[in-house]
Structure formats: structure tokens, C-alpha cells
Write a protein that binds this ligand. Sequence first.
Ligand code: THU
Length: 140
Amino acid sequence: MKTTKIPTATRERLLRSARKVMKNAYAPFSNFRVGAAILTAKGQVFTGCNVENSSYGMTNCAERTAIFSAIAKSGPELEIAAVAVIGSPDNNHEVPCSPCGACRQVIYEFGPRALVFYQGKKGPKQSLIADLLPEGFRLK
Ligand code: THU
């Protein structure tokens, strides 16, 4: 699995997809909506949003929803090349939102060289998942 160079147009497409799916979030408890889009090594895009629960710990983040949807649709040979994440408290303005620790681990499982696009405190950022999750754990 090699690090993929992501063209600007592809990055923008991923961010647009994340922005769109964010509108489907079920987030009545935090009112914080998140959308994620993943690009696979084969060039497919899968999306997901956060889905909260009255039993708060059952909440599923947008990134994991996207990854689990990709596997449900296309099988377990998933290779993630890139991930885009968008977060908003009101569906209008976007705020800093990088993947949480649990999602970093799940991204790493399927894309140890993946590039992650997100809003940082000072604007748009991109980081390798290996930098967001140093010494990531994998059994294989
Ligand atoms: N959340 C995500 O979906 N992804 C992240 O990377 C950060 C947090 C969700 C979980 C919860 O529904 C809400 O944002 C507030 O934590």
C-alpha cells in the first residue's frame, strides 16, 4: 500500500461529499454534526455521518460510519487512500474537527498511509494518519 498523491480536485470532491452527508447526521444530544468521506485505493468514495444515541456511548462517529458502509458495500479488502472530515454545530459554519482517537485507530487499520483532510484551528489542514496516530496498532 503506497501513499497516494491526492489531486486538488479529488480533495475538493471529498470535502464536498463530507459536507453533504453531514446534513444527515443524527446529533440531537451534542448538536454537533459531522460528515466524512473516504477515498479508496480503487478510487471509490464512501460517506458517513455521526449517529448518536440516548445511551451516549453507543454513538458512532462519521468516519467510522463511512468506513463501515464501505466494507458493507464492497467487502473487507478496503484500502483507504484519503479521508475528509467536516464538522459543524449548526450545519452552516464549519469548525475545527479532526478525527477522534477511536476513529484514528479505525482509519489506520484500513489505511496506514492515508491522508486526512480536516479543519484545524487555523484553517484547512492535511495530515498523514500515521502522524495523527503515532505507533498505530495493527495485527497484520
Ligand atoms: N464526532 C464525529 O462524528 N467525528 C469526530 O471525529 C469527532 C466527534 C461526533 C461524535 C458526536 O456525535 C459528536 O461528534 C460530538 O462529539
